[in-house]
Every structure is written in C-alpha cells, then in structure tokens.
Design a protein around this ligand. Structure first.
Ligand SMILES: N[C@@H](CCC(=O)N[C@@H](CS)C(=O)NCC(=O)O)C(=O)O
Length: 338
C-alpha cells in the first residue's frame, strides 16, 4: 500500500517537472542531436558566422556538450531565444539546455525551477553612451532614455540603481539585442544598458566603436552560465562536468594542440582521469571514456574558447579579469576530476 502511494507521488512529480524531464541524456542520445538554446544573435557569444554556422563563446559550450555526449560537435540544433522566450523554451522541453548569457539568480533557480550548472562568464551590468553626450558617470544620467531588454535582470537592476541614486529615467523596452542596437544608433535612447560583455560585443559591430563609451559603473553581479531543468540530475551532471572539463583542461595545460598526445597517457593522474586513459569517470556519467577529450577538441579548453571568441585579440576585446583561472587571480575554479 505504502509503495503504491509513493509510486503515485513520484509519477505526479515526474509529470509536473515536464514532459522531457524523464531522461534528457537518453533523449539526446536517441535523437542524435542536442537542442541548445542560444541568443537571437550576439557576436562573439552566439551568432551565425560567414558560413551560416553558429559560433561564439556560448555556442562553444553547446558544441562541447554535443561532443561529450554524441562525439560530434556539429550535432547541435541551435534554437534562438529572446530574454523573454528562453525560460519557456527550456521548461517546455523544446531545448535540452540554455547557453545564453543568462544570469544565475535565486528566483530563476528556486522559483522557475532551473538548475545552473556553473558559471562560464562572471559579468556585471554596465552602460554605454555616445561619446558626444559628454557623460562620464552613470550618476549623470538623470532623465535619460534607456534602451533595455525585457525579461532580463537588467530591467530590475536598472530600476534599483536609479532609485538608490534618486534619479529618474525613461525606459525604451526592446526584445532583442539587434533591436537595441538599431534603436540606440538611431538615437531612440540616450543609453544602452546590459551585461558589460554584451555591451562590448555590441559596440564591436558598430561602424564607429570609438564614438561610444562604456561608463565606469558596474551596477550588479551577473554570473552567466548554462542551465537545465530542475530534477534531471544526470543531465545536469553532464552539462556541469563538461564545463568543468573545459576549465580544468586550461588549468592542467591541456589544449587542442597537445590533447592527442596527452590523451595517450601522461605523468599527471588527473589529466589521465580527465581524458579517460585512467579510471571510469565517463562511464559513471553514462558517456564514453573520451567524453572530455571530445569536449575539449570541439573548440579548445576554456582559455582557448575565450581567446578565440571574445578575448583581447578579437574585436570584442574582453580581458580575462574575473574569468581568469584561480591560479591567476580569477574566479575560475573547477572541482577536481577524481
Ligand atoms: N544576463 C541578463 C541579460 C541577458 C540578455 O538578454 N542579454 C542581451 C543583451 S547582451 C542579449 O543577450 N541579447 C541577445 C538577443 O537579443 O538575443 C539576464 O540573464 O537576464
């Protein structure tokens, strides 16, 4: 009797967690492709390249997960989502994971019932203004019109910041970054505010990037990372440890250039466990022994992905800053592979 009641309760909980919650890992394997939610387009983070192939820092996480699970970094269906549509897309099962510069917050975790599987970019909210406005601090923005993406943490932080500083603003709500860029450049708003990384990425596509300044204030913490639905821990583990594998690979000096050699066996036991020449970490997750090798080969380790897509040598031009390894004074710190 007791057993029946318990089973009944479990079934209801399973249904409530959504149709795709039963086993996303099995679903992805059976389908042969990963459905990965990304932005509608933010150069450097997620946007189609000249050949129409999705590329970028967030896209690389999707590709690494596809490589880890399916052995093929191209086996990804990229699903563009806006600030508003992203959470419905994940909750409904339309996508298996979201990698879309999404901030890990209490309410998204606890109330919306998602699981953030780590942080791939430590960010904060900033402001961009045309240089000709002559503004040097966000506190001088009293009465400004502000382009702001709906359904974001940005909206909420902006209200807090202006209220705390006893100044007012007029929001110009927009849905996508492309629309924000267009409105801002057309002068429909004095200011564009979003994650500082997004501002740098957007400014990099302007004809005259030097004509726009990022103000010194960073008004929030925006830990951005991939997320999955609550309740599917096996799948959460796959996404979490794939990100950790990219981060650990950088820390351990495993790169796309030396990984073939390293994966044959090295004198560092953690590298051997990571790359599968020792131990059974892949098997514990339901993956092949070389899952992490495939993940790193998809686009390089974390540092390579950063440098190629958004680093100082790219038009986006971001410094590692907080996103440096803990061994270099940053916050990146993967738990051990053991
Ligand atoms: N991190 C914030 C903001 C994320 C966000 O929507 N950023 C914008 C501006 S950088 C974006 O990615 N836009 C891309 C798009 O419109 O698809 C959040 O999670 O709410």
């Amino acid at each position: 009797m007791k057993k029946t009641v318990l089973l009944g309760a479990l079934t209801v909980a399973g249904l409530a967690a959504g149709a795709a919650a039963a086993g996303t890992l099995d679903d992805v394997k059976a389908r042969g492709t990963l459905n990965c939610g990304v932005t509608t387009g933010l150069v450097g983070f997620a946007a189609p390249d000249a050949n129409g192939e999705w590329a970028g820092f967030d896209v690389s996480i999707c590709r690494a997960v596809a490589a880890a699970v399916l052995g093929d970094s191209k086996a990804v269906e990229f699903v563009p989502t806006t600030g508003k549509t992203r959470f419905t897309a994940l909750a409904s099962g339309e996508i298996d994971m979201l990698a879309r510069n999404t901030t890990w917050t209490f309410s998204r975790d606890v109330d919306l019932k998602f699981e953030f599987t780590g942080v791939n970019y430590y960010d904060g909210q900033g402001f961009m203004v045309p240089k000709e406005l002559g503004v040097s601090s966000a506190k001088e923005l009293d009465g400004a019109t502000v382009c702001i993406q709906t359904g974001t943490t940005t909206e909420l932080n902006l209200a807090d910041f202006f209220r705390a500083n006893n100044i007012s603003y007029e929001p110009v709500p927009i849905e996508t970054n492309a629309e924000a860029q267009q409105q801002y450049l057309a002068g429909a708003c004095d200011v564009y505010t979003t994650d500082a990384s997004g501002l740098a990425a957007t400014r990099a596509t302007f004809d005259d990037p030097a004509g726009h300044v990022l103000l010194p204030e960073i008004i929030s913490k925006e830990p951005l990372g991939p997320l999955v639905r609550h309740g599917d821990h096996e799948w959460g583990d796959v996404v979490r440890w794939t990100l950790n594998a990219l981060v650990s690979a950088e820390e351990l000096g495993v790169t796309s250039a030396n990984i073939a050699e390293m994966s044959a066996g090295s004198n560092n036991p953690e590298i051997n466990r990571l790359l599968g020449s020792e131990g059974t970490l892949g098997e514990m997750m339901g993956l092949d022994a070389d899952w992490a090798k495939s993940a790193v080969m998809a686009g390089g380790n974390y540092g390579e992905i950063f440098a190629k897509n958004i680093g100082e040598e790219t038009p986006v031009g971001l410094a590692r800053g907080l996103n440096a390894q803990w061994t270099n004074g940053g916050l990146l710190y993967s738990p051990p592979f053991r």
